[in-house]
Structure formats: structure tokens, C-alpha cells
Design a protein. Structure first.
Length: 292
């Protein structure tokens, strides 16, 4: 049994979480369901650019959320049929079956959360123009970060679902090719990965080429926690999927220590939601439920 403190605008909620997956997920699902029902009350400077992206400023730190138009896409990968959908000779069993997913519009972070943004929201650290992705946080650390960010901004941030993450990584409705990595088949163009291992930590954001949606660092740099519990894919059409069944949480994207195959857009990882990386590889990319 463990205790999670969920901060809310109107007080605090203390919830005991058992080791039972259903209870664990239900608590989190109830929080995000409650959040979706609350009206937006924007508490920080915010504007929308010509592409519909949202730009906020939090204690001098700029956070840009990319608007992703909804659509249907093929999620996952397979290596048994070279002429089939989403063929990848490096695909693993947990990336199949390739299946259709239909998603509504959403927003996703232009970059992973940086150390400066984390400190601006959570306090307790210097804001020193650090453009490095935060890379030493557990899923529960990120949940508390999101709750505090929502309190400070009046908006409805959350984790991306695994399907939202992969759709955005593949370029969404602006996709120009079935790329192995996010925005390119050439990993050197778009990712910090294993060849950069000697650098010893997560890397500054926006140093590599973005994908078609102008999203950076979705391949490599830091693994990114998703909302979903880790479990097998289903074969039938999925509409806005967001739960899953399993003992661990999904992470996506690969990291600065990963081999190239680990940075593919279809590659799936999992870890306990309490795990923190001791080598600076577990990070976060925000999603936004809505704004008004």
C-alpha cells in the first residue's frame, strides 16, 4: 500500500493505492475524468499562433503545445510481410498486430519537459536557462508535476496516451512517409541516441531536426512516460484508446543511451510507475486535454 497526494485547486485529496492494477488505474482515471469536466481558467500568459498551437509562459519559461488534428492511422509494426502495412525488419512481437486507431484532436508538447520548466512548476531548483530534458523522474513524479502545472495554469494537462504519442511521432495527418524514426529514416538527423552515450546525460532540446508536425526529440534523448498501462495490442479498430491492462506503465521514444532500433516510432518500453532512472533517461512530454 502506498500513499499518493493529489493536489487540487480546491484542496488536497489523499488516495491509498493498492497493488491491484484495476484500483490503481481507476484512481488515476477518476482524476483525469474529473479534470476534463472542470472549466478552463487560464492563469498564465497564453496565446495561439497562426497554426493553432498554444504558447504559454510559466515563470519566464515558454511552453509550446502543438495542435494535432485527429485522424485514423495504423499503429504498431510487423516484420513478417515485407509488402504489408508498417513493415519493419526490426519490429518486435509486442509491436503487433498492426491495427487501426482513430483519434480526436489533441495537443502535445513541442519538446520533452525541460529541467527549467520542471523547476518553474515544482520549485526547489534553480531556473538557469537549462534546455536539457528532465530525465530522472518516475511516472508518479510526473503525475504530481502535471497536477501542480494544472493548478498554476488553470488548464488540463495530462500524459499523452500511447496512441497519441505514436500518432504524433509518425507526423499525424501531416505524415510524409512511413519513417522508422520520428521524421526521418536517418537517425542522425532526428535523435540523440547510443552513439552519444559518452555525453553521460540527457541532451538539450531542439538540437535535431523536427518531424512533420514540428515536434522535436520524439526519437531518442529521453524515454517518455505515457498514460497507459502496458499490455498487448488488440486487432480491432481502437477509438481514442487510453487504458490498457498490465503491471507497468508504457514509455516511448528511446533515449540517449538507446541503440538505434530502440528509437523507432513503434518501439515499446515499460517500467514500474515508481521507477526512476539512475542514468537520466525517464522523462515526460505533456499532452493537453482541451482549452477554451
Amino acid at each position: 500500500m502506498k500513499l499518493l497526494r493529489l493536489k487540487k485547486v480546491d484542496g488536497s485529496l489523499f488516495v491509498h493505492l493498492s497493488s491491484d492494477d484495476f484500483v490503481k488505474y481507476s484512481v488515476e482515471f477518476l482524476y483525469f475524468s474529473w479534470l476534463q469536466q472542470q472549466p478552463d481558467k487560464v492563469l498564465v500568459p497564453m496565446r495561439t499562433d497562426e497554426d493553432g498551437n498554444i504558447i504559454l509562459t510559466i515563470k519566464g519559461i515558454v511552453l509550446k503545445m502543438i495542435k494535432v488534428d485527429g485522424g485514423t492511422f495504423l499503429m504498431g509494426a510487423q516484420k513478417s510481410d515485407k509488402n504489408g502495412d508498417n513493415y519493419d525488419e526490426e519490429a518486435e512481437d509486442n509491436e503487433k498486430p498492426v491495427h487501426n486507431v482513430e483519434l480526436s484532436d489533441f495537443y502535445i508538447g513541442e519538446t520533452p519537459v525541460t529541467r527549467d520548466l520542471w523547476n518553474a512548476v515544482m520549485g526547489g531548483g534553480k531556473i538557469c536557462a537549462s534546455e536539457e530534458a528532465v530525465g530522472d523522474v518516475s511516472w508518479y513524479d510526473c503525475l504530481n508535476f502535471i497536477i501542480e502545472l494544472n493548478r498554476k495554469t488553470g488548464l488540463k494537462f495530462r500524459f499523452p496516451t500511447e496512441a497519441q504519442w505514436e500518432f504524433a511521432a509518425r507526423g499525424g495527418t501531416k505524415k510524409t512517409g512511413n519513417y522508422k524514426y520520428s521524421g526521418s529514416n536517418n537517425i542522425y538527423e532526428v535523435a540523440w541516441f547510443g552513439i552519444d552515450r559518452e555525453r553521460g546525460e540527457s541532451q538539450p532540446i531542439k538540437q535535431k531536426r523536427p518531424n512533420e508536425l514540428q515536434i522535436y526529440d520524439m526519437s531518442g534523448n529521453v524515454l517518455e512516460w505515457c498514460m497507459d498501462l502496458y499490455g498487448p495490442y488488440q486487432d480491432e479498430l481502437q477509438i481514442d484508446p487510453q487504458c490498457g491492462v498490465g503491471m507497468e506503465r508504457v514509455l516511448r521514444g528511446g533515449a540517449w543511451v538507446s541503440a538505434a532500433f530502440g528509437c523507432r516510432v513503434s518501439r515499446r518500453y515499460s517500467a514500474s510507475d515508481e521507477d526512476k532512472s539512475d542514468i537520466d533517461v525517464f522523462g515526460l512530454r505533456l499532452a493537453l486535454l482541451s482549452h477554451s
